[in-house]
Design a binder for this molecule. Structure first.
Ligand code: C2E
Ligand code: CA
Ligand code: CA
Length: 698
């Protein structure tokens, strides 16, 4: 037996007006929801249960049937109860006798509620389909478009006619790889849907991003019928997103990528270089003395300078190189795929050259030099942190070696860093353990051969390593600030020594003490000198302080004030290593100095090197013009001596006369020299050094 629980949809009825017999098929009862056992079928009952809205129409039909019409066909909404109704299609026919009087009537009633509801839904769907702001397209299973809505047409620019029948991919932009579409098809086959961002091309050629979701639609038997795609144009979202992303990843002043974006990019570059066995370089730049410009000329000028620097940097690079501003006056550059380290060096040189052209901002003209550190992938590091840290370290080394230059990082640098840390610790201990001593190098008047003084030079008597010379520890002491304590030790020792010699009756005229820039700049120097001199009870004129030319160039008003006070007390101030800096004549005149020491490097190559001869001559002439004493240091040969004397430089020190000696040895060797200036008669006879091999060298 056929089992169906679907409610019947079609019923039939008939009326014999002659006999009054009314017959309803079972379905009529069911459709009208009447209980057959308790119902007597009748025309009135059949006509009842109409909803109010249709009663008028029903009346019209009945009256037309009474007169001329033989057929009717209407859809009625039957109200079965207060809240239940059904849509039915009713068709009927009447038969008449020869007088036109109705004798029989018969008809059908069909329940079409579901169909009406479906149609309503479809109508609603059609309204939505046409009016939604999302584009909708429906394709058959071969991806041929069978329907598109208004939004589709306005977003893509293609009309309905232009779209129907086309393959759904006809708006492809060519931005995606073949694999992208293959994955989409796979997901539709396996999951029945796909969604994601996709770039398409509008009819006018513009490429735009859209958010697309596609669903596969199956029938009851699971057969694929069609695909429905819904998408929206997300170009405005994208552009806001892009703007936000740009803001998050760029420096607002220069428009260059910022640290975050730099790190991300460097990470990608490293991965790429790793896969393809390429070399890359990271350049770390820091403008020299930017803070001074910013502080003295103001931030707007500083900002303008940074923008100018960014522009010049960009002009120095290849397209594939990336430049970023990490903040402040720090910039970084990534050079992808370089063949040899020299490639990076060349760019560094180019940058230094480019920045060396003067910058003009608001009537100010100045120079923006930079120090550059370079680290190389993979030699100096294999990740972002290492490469940046090492480029930074190399940059510091460039600063140390005089700025406006570049340095490569090398792993030796890291080893040095550890060694320096150890050395710093040992230096601190050396101060506590009083491991410093002074050696003294005598200075002479070349004409009279008298000893005019001695330069105190510090040495470190290391418990394990023995005697360590200052070149090995003074730079670190200056960097760590320990020079303040070490310098004080040297000054006190020198004064005590002088006092001791004086008490022994050896009246050596002067002791020169080397003083580092920091000692002067910290403001404590004047009181220290006063205290030390008074403890040792020696006259200020017995003391000379040697300041390097570079120290004097970086002075402040306070420094000059302190030096002037020292000078007025009677302390001699001399410029050490003269000629290595770039002091101008007019500048020298403003300083309270009495003596210039010609740097050893110039003396060394006289009288063979014409350049050094010229410099030495110029320094001597300069000193005489400024009424300053001049002394040559590092005199090693007779030729140098003769040259200096012929140029009228009458003071000197150097290995030719004596190496720096411990205090006791100096005393024993020269006690008689300064003591007997009056004995001096013929320099040639008593000459201390006028022999082919200097007698005091050993
Ligand atoms: P400096 O002031 O230029 O000292 C002269 C250096 O040249 C000394 O080296 C000395 O030994 C060396 N010298 C002297 N005559 C000759 C020569 O004929 N030929 C050669 N080749 N060299 C000669 P030293 O003692 O190693 O000192 C090196 C530097 O250390 C000094 O250069 C000075 O800048 C610094 N220094 C030494 N003692 C002190 C100190 O107590 N305080 C400070 N701040 N620096 C000091
Ligand atoms: Ca010196
Ligand atoms: Ca010197």
């Amino acid at each position: 037996m056929l089992k169906h629980n679907v409610s019947p949809k079609l019923g039939s009825w008939s009326i014999n007006f002659k006999t009054g017999e009314t017959i309803w098929s079972n379905e009529v009862y069911t459709i009208l929801k009447l209980d057959k056992s308790q119902t007597t079928p009748s025309l009135e009952l059949y006509l009842s249960s109409s909803c109010d809205s249709e009663k008028d129409e029903l009346r019209k039909i009945i009256s037309s049937l009474k007169h001329s019409e033989n057929r009717y066909n209407i859809i009625r909404k039957r109200c079965l109860s207060a809240n239940e109704h059904r849509f039915v299609r009713e068709e009927g026919e009447v038969q008449r006798d020869e007088n036109g009087k109705i004798t029989h009537a018969l008809g059908t009633i069909r329940d079409i509620t579901e169909a009406v509801h479906t149609r309503e839904k479809l109508e609603q769907a059609a309204v939505v389909f046409e009016h939604t702001s999302d584009a909708v397209l429906i394709t058959d299973k071969e991806h041929r478009i069978i329907a598109v809505n208004n939004a589709f047409c306005s977003i893509t620019g293609y009309s309905e006619n232009e779209s129907l029948g086309k393959d759904a991919g006809f708006t492809k932009s060519g931005q995606h790889k073949h694999s992208f579409y293959r994955d989409m098809t796979l997901s539709l086959d396996q999951e029945g849907n796909w969604q994601g961002e996709i770039w398409d091309r509008r009819k006018d050629g513009e490429i735009y991003p859209k958010w697309l979701s596609i669903n596969s639609v199956y029938n009851d038997r699971g057969n694929l019928l069609y695909y429905v795609g819904v998408f929206s144009d997300i170009s405005h979202i994208k552009s806001t997103e892009d703007k936000l992303r740009h803001l998050a990843l760029h420096d607002s002043l220069t428009g260059l990528p910022n640290r975050l974006s730099f790190n991300e990019h460097l990470d990608r570059v490293i991965k790429h270089a790793d896969r393809n066995r390429l070399n890359s370089a990271v350049l770390f730049l820091d403008l020299d003395r930017f803070k001074t410009i910013n502080d003295s000329l103001g931030h707007p000028v500083g900002d303008a300078l940074l923008i100018e620097v960014a522009t010049r940097l960009k002009a120095c690079l290849r397209n594939e190189d990336t430049i970023a501003r990490l903040g402040g006056d720090e910039f970084t550059i990534i050079m992808e795929d370089i063949l040899i380290p020299e490639d990076a060096a060349k760019v560094a040189e180019k940058i230094i050259r480019s920045l060396s052209a003067p910058v003009e901002i608001d009537d100010h003209q100045f120079y923006a030099t930079t120090s550059i550190g370079i680290s190389l992938y993979p030699k100096d590091g294999t990740n972002v942190t290492e490469l940046v840290k090492n480029a930074d370290a190399a940059m510091y080394r460039a600063k140390e070696s005089g700025r406006n230059c570049y340095e490569f990082y090398s792993s030796e640098l890291a080893t040095t860093a550890v060694a320096r840390l150890e050395l710093e610790g040992e230096l601190r201990k050396a101060i506590d353990n009083k491991e410093f001593i002074l050696h003294y190098q005598p200075q002479f008047n070349l004409k009279t051969e008298e000893i005019t003084g001695a330069e105190a030079l510090i040495r470190w008597t290391h418990p394990d390593r023995g005697l360590i010379y200052p070149d090995e520890f003074i730079p670190l002491a200056e960097e760590t600030g320990l020079i303040n304590q070490i310098g004080e030790i040297a000054l006190r020792k020198a004064c005590q020594q002088l006092k001791l010699w004086h008490s022994k009756g050896w009246m050596i005229p002067k002791i020169s003490v080397n003083v580092a820039g920091q000692q002067i700049h910290n403001g404590q120097f004047l009181p220290l000198i006063k205290e030390t001199l008074s403890i040792a009870n020696i006259h200020p004129s017995s003391i000379e302080i040697e300041l390097t030319e570079t120290t004097l160039m970086h002075n402040t008003e306070e420094t000059i004030k302190a030096l002037s006070q020292l000078k007025s007390m009677g302390v001699t101030i001399s410029i050490d290593d003269f000629g290595t800096g770039y002091s101008s004549l007019s500048y020298l005149k403003t300083l309270p100095i009495q003596r210039i020491k010609i740097d050893r490097s110039f003396v060394q190559d006289t009288p063979s090197d014409t350049n050094d001869i010229a410099i030495t001559r110029a320094i001597i002439a300069l000193s005489s013009a400024l009424d300053l004493d001049v002394i040559a240091e590092g005199v090693e040969t007779q030729e140098q001596l003769q040259f200096l004397m012929s140029e009228n430089c009458i003071q000197a020190q150097g290995y030719l006369f004596s190496k720096p000696l411990p205090a006791k040895q100096l005393f024993e060797k020269y006690e008689h020299v300064a003591h007997q200036p009056s004995d001096y008669s013929s320099p040639a006879e008593h000459s201390l050094w006028a022999t082919s091999s200097p007698p005091h060298l050993n």
